[in-house]
Design a protein around this ligand. Structure first.
Ligand code: BGC
Length: 809
């Protein structure tokens, strides 16, 4: 907060405004007034502060497809680009989206670590390496905030898995906290001065994160000088006194939280010192001043930056993120000829991960769309091959629905739009003329025109009383009850099958799902949320594979898109295994046997097992590629652009993966691996993964010519020894020569990218991380340099180091 004259001028406005507020107003400001906003305080010229998820788009305050957003590739993809500048540009676009939607603070980025590949929100974090995570996160935060929009770096800290996330007590040593989990937050605080942090649901070493005096007040604010707001994860604040003492500024969502009236009362009772409330209010007012909603304060960014083309950037990030992990006989770029495309996700692409990170793009370019547009007419055929969607999905293609609201007498009181079968009205965001007091029943009603004939399955997601009618017949008229005590079960739970009806392609049928609204307990706000789910007729899986094989045999190249589903990878639960769901492995094997020129595109946000990887010509990891994913895929497959990604996380089988424990025992999850996660653990165990950290091929070759280290600076000379221009991510690793079982064998000490034309050489300068030569000394509570000889090597991945030099530290 001390700093520029503009900072000081804002501080003065903040102090003056604080001085005018009474205790009740102050306590009220610290408590959400609904799902996404804080109350306005007109007496000091403060407007209502609006927050929204994050991180691959800005959803806005409405959870619906009729308020669309640009959907960028998943954070794992951004991690794979190894490019903080690209992350900064993503942030600038997101600030533009936030401004368009009236959002002041983006609930992002997610900088927890890829501790285990089973983590359900793995797709939402950048990497297993804390520094790579921190650098990408810092670029992102700098970008968003350069657009005048705040960020909340989340989830502070050690929210690395989903099982029992509200209650789990993660036992993490101070050393692992400092060497791994705190690192991204610290890098971002130091290099991007975030205006906010979100404290996690989980407990760390016995104290829940929304009350963690040590980690929040002593480390984050004390040691690092963080001056932004600390907002609770949604419903994570549990107690008034402990939260305010633990440095929590804002309890979300509202209207009922542990702050507001209970906080004012605690001050009056003498349980909380009013100065603590003032500290929190000061932080909130500083944020308001920064984003320009406090009268008299000049916002940090008065003029929004130049407009960014969101679709073009989404496409660029996607192709820069794709990781080509295998390319035998130069299978890619595609040679001229015919392409047999298969895989359900080639037609219905999975472009983003589920949960709070969901946004609704206005269009999605699937691989089928992208390749059909890019290749000569008639050269692409499509067959489903295998459909991993064994469950019903939100009713979408072929449905035309609207939401009719009725009062207790059955009179229509309003109508809302329903772009698909998912209805989610948060707080007072109800259709015009409708209030929670008058709303009794919602009829999601309209028509369905199937694209295939046969038995169609319909289902219901949500809790409470429902009536499902298809083509005049009522198939369900009963109450759905929760099977687990997660207050978000209605959002993240699975749909339940309720009807199977024979329908004919092209005919139009009446469909309706009526729901008697009961507001969910356990969530302190009013949400009307449920979904009509649907599944097309299921065909014989062997027949589907045979069809794809026949097409592959007749084509010059076979491209198979394999994917995870929303039930496999999402917020709210962890994965049970790393296998591709359904018959997708069988499909790849059968297609590869029929066509030696088989290219597999992996459409998943986190690692999956690729047991056939040595049987196919090429494997391209495409993550959740965002709304333009199919167009970017065509750019890369045709060779218009090279795939730019390098793995930000080791990919291997679950059997070999060193850290797999995500299920707490008696409420506790011990991080027994301590500082050994990711490549640090693979190397310690002496295991070889399928694809190493940092691995990724482009369309040219690189020769590493020399490395020189002076002080903490490495200079690496590389030559593009291939036939086309390219971009190389030069990675520098540091390894103590004397092996020490307590320390990782080697760590990423820095990286830099270089571009060069064919035959050209280029030099990159990489600043080495001091912490690569240090350990966190628990007894001294500080970093400690470990003197000795270190091998500093540069290369294409942690397993492919090309040049090195030994230095003395
Ligand atoms: C998630 C946060 C998210 C919040 C609001 C929580 O369940 O953990 O990441 O920002 O919901 O949607």
């Amino acid at each position: 907060m001390q700093g520029t004259p503009a900072d000081e001028a804002r501080e003065a406005v903040v102090e003056a405004a604080l001085g005018k507020l009474d205790l009740d107003a102050k306590a009220r400001l610290l408590s959400g007034q609904d799902m996404w906003t804080l109350p306005a305080l007109p007496e000091i010229g403060l407007k209502s502060l609006v927050m929204s998820d994050g991180p691959i788009g800005v959803r806005g305050v409405r959870w619906t497809a009729d308020d669309p957003s640009i959907a960028l590739p998943s954070p794992t993809a951004l991690g794979a680009a190894w490019d903080p500048e690209l992350a900064r540009r993503a942030g600038v676009l997101l600030a533009q989206e936030a401004r368009r939607k009236g959002v002041h603070v983006l609930l992002a980025p997610t900088v927890n670590l890829h501790r285990s590949p089973l983590g359900g929100r793995h797709f939402e974090a950048y990497s297993e390496d804390p520094h790579l995570t921190g650098w990408i996160g810092a670029g992102y935060v700098n970008g968003v905030q350069s657009g005048g929009v705040g960020t909340t770096v989340k989830h502070f800290v050690a929210n690395d898995a989903e099982t029992d996330r509200f209650t789990v007590n993660n036992l993490v040593s101070e050393r692992a906290l400092h060497e791994l989990y705190l690192v991204p937050f610290e890098i971002i605080v130091e290099n991007a001065r975030p205006w906010g942090v979100m404290t996690a649901y989980n407990t760390v070493n016995g104290t829940t994160m929304t009350e963690h005096h040590h980690l929040v007040n002593e480390i984050l604010r004390g040691d690092w000088g963080f001056d932004g707001i600390n907002v609770s994860d949604w419903t994570a604040a549990r107690s008034t006194v402990a939260a305010i003492e633990g440095g929590l500024d804002i309890a979300m969502p509202g209207p009922e939280t542990v702050y507001g009236a209970p906080l004012a009362q605690a001050v009056r009772d003498g349980r909380v010192d009013e100065s603590k409330v003032d500290d929190a209010v000061r932080n909130v007012l500083r944020l308001a001043a920064r984003v320009g909603i406090l009268d008299g304060a000049e916002p940090v960014v008065a003029q929004p930056p130049a407009t960014v083309d969101g679709e073009a950037l989404a496409r660029e990030i996607a192709r820069r993120s794709f990781v080509l992990v295998r390319n035998e006989n130069a299978a890619l770029p595609l040679r001229p000829g015919t392409v047999a495309l298969s895989g359900a996700a080639a037609r219905d692409a999975r472009v983003l991960g589920g949960g709070s990170a969901t946004v609704f793009p206005s269009r999605i370019v699937s691989p089928l769309d992208g390749l059909t547009a890019a290749l000569p007419e008639g050269s692409v055929t499509y067959a489903v091959g295998a459909d991993p969607n064994e469950e019903l999905a939100v009713a979408d293609k072929g449905f035309g629905l609207s939401a009719v609201c009725r009062n207790a007498e059955g009179t229509v009181i309003g109508t809302g739009s329903a772009p698909n079968g998912q209805l989610q009205w948060m707080g007072d965001d109800l259709p015009e003329g409708v209030t929670h007091d008058t709303l009794h029943t919602v009829d999601l009603t309209g028509t369905f025109t199937p694209r295939e004939s046969g038995p169609h399955t319909f289902g219901i997601k949500g809790l409470g009383a429902f009536t499902l009618t298809v083509d005049g017949t009522t198939y369900y008229d009963d109450v759905q009850r929760p099977d687990k005590e997660d207050p978000f079960e209605a959002f993240f739970g699975a749909p339940v099958e309720r009807a199977r009806v024979d329908l004919t392609a092209g005919e139009t049928y009446e469909v309706s799902l009526s729901h008697v609204v009961t507001l969910p307990g356990g969530i302190p706000l009013k949400v009307v949320g449920f979904a009509l789910a649907h599944q097309d007729p299921q065909r014989d899986p062997d027949e589907l594979i045979a069809e794809a094989v026949a097409a592959a045999r007749a084509a010059d190249t076979a491209v198979v898109v394999v994917a995870t589903t929303e039930r496999v990878e999402s917020e709210g639960f962890d994965r049970k295994n790393l296998q591709l769901p359904g018959r997708q492995d069988d499909l790849v094997r059968a297609v590869a046997a029929a066509n030696p020129n088989t290219v597999v595109v992996v459409n998943s946000g986190s690692p999956v097992e690729l047991p056939w990887r040595d049987e196919v010509a090429a494997v391209l990891i495409g993550w959740f590629p965002g709304q333009e994913g199919g167009a970017a895929l065509a750019d890369v497959l045709t060779g218009a652009h090279e795939p730019g990604g390098r793995l930000p996380t080791t990919w291997g089988s679950l059997d070999d993966a060193p850290v797999t424990q995500v299920i707490p025992a008696d409420g506790e999850l011990a991080y027994t691996e301590d500082v050994f996660i990711g490549y640090r653990a693979w190397e310690k165990e002496g295991r070889t993964p399928s694809y190493a950290f940092g691995h990724g091929l482009g369309y040219t070759d690189w020769t590493y010519e020399s490395i020189e280290v002076r002080g903490m600076t490495a200079t690496v000379r590389v030559r593009n020894s291939g036939e086309r221009a390219g971009r190389e991510v030069v990675q520098v690793y540091a390894a103590p020569v004397e092996r020490d079982a307590e320390r990782p064998a080697r760590v990423l000490a820095g990286f830099a990218a270089v571009e060069a034309g064919p035959g050209e050489s280029a030099e990159v300068v990489v600043e080495l991380l001091r912490s690569a030569f240090e350990i966190w000394d628990e007894s001294a509570n500080s970093w400690s340099l470990v003197p000795g000889s270190y091998k500093v090597q540069a290369g294409r991945s942690i397993a492919d180091r090309r040049v090195g030099v030994t230095i003395e530290v």
